[in-house]
Write a new protein. Sequence first.
Lengths: 156, 301
Amino acid sequence: MKLVIVALLLGAMLLAISQSSANSVSARRGLNNLQFHLSADTYAELRKAPEKAVNRANPLENDPEAVTAGKLLFEDHCAECHGDDAKGGRKAPSLRVSEVRNATPGTLFWLLTNGVVRKKMPAWSKLPEPQRWQLVRFLKSPEIVRAAPADNATNP
Amino acid sequence: MLYKEISLNHVRISLVAALVLIFPVLCCPLKAQENPYFVTYSHNLEEPGNLEVEYFSTFGTQRTGNNFHSYWTEFEYGVKAWWTSEFYLDAQTTFHDSTVYTGFKWENRFRVLKHEHWINPVLYAEFEDTNGADKTLKEIVGHDTEADFTDTNGEARREHKREIELKLILSSNTKGWNFSENIIAEKNLSNEPWEFGYALAASRPLALKASAKRCNFCRQNFILGAELYGGLGDRHSFGLRDTSHYLAPVAGWNLPSGWTLRLSPGFGLNDNSHKFLLRWGVSREITGFDRILRQLFGAKS
């Protein structure tokens, strides 16, 4: 009995360590390379949004508090992977890029809702729709958009 | 003497649970957004790299026999965005009897589809190594009834159970509501038939928009709902005959500090059910647990 528990705990540790060591290997190859792959995969997903989703307007477009609330939601749920300043991290790409700037609110909402689950980005459908739209408002706010370069920024 | 042993064991187990919960307080910040269910699973999985540490309790009344307090600790880890793994340690105290460790469970949940749909299926597989004194009532299957809990802990713990449990989790998020349906099949690995059960739940936050400032008592932090769960007999006698069923309102409070508190009074719906179950739980999610591990092992952040 105790052996089984120890074996399971060891298994869980190995699982965690293997994941972290895989990340460390990636880190040795260069954070830029990793970010390039993450970026390419995630930005490519933006192009898969169906037309109906692309054309959806943000119902909170005129809500004066939406950007502030969206920023808090970003800090709570997104900053761990995308970085506190949305410039990207080890796990997820920068959001201060032209792909995000040029994406419609509907496209960003669609990506948030569905995630890119095969590429580590979870689906955020557990956040109520208005909170996802608040996040979109923050991603489209001057704080994020002005920092995005005019040209494609996926190149490392 | 007996009471002394009970309280000593209870204190030890409570201390371990407290230490488990204190660790995340000391180590790291996080914000939770959890549903309030105790029995039913939704399709929302743990974010990859995050660890959620949870402590749950169930107080149950027993018409013939002694009331009990069962408790378990869960470690829920997001392995991938489509795969969550969870490990449980279970124990219980039966009043006027004793406190016993009752076993462990290891479960895995796999998201099947890439995108969100009207109904989202998740596959669930669990291995349980418990003894007959297990009273967590984490799921009700087969002909589980109140009468199964009349044995003393000394007698009940002699029974050793190795079980596999499979669930089909169907769940939808729409207009702020979550609707979840679980179909359960459980098999004792000794020569016993498959047993079946169900769990249904719905919940909704009190407000759908997030507040523009951090606050403990904002309406979006409170989630209310209800669960309905029970047994459906076994392979030889499928149906509602000799099964137990419960209806339980649920409430969750997601605090900006990262803690989630849950409370659920449950009511037995027939004579086979415990008349009353009071469940409560506290959990905390550790964001970037994989990053913390990496740092512990010396990798650069």
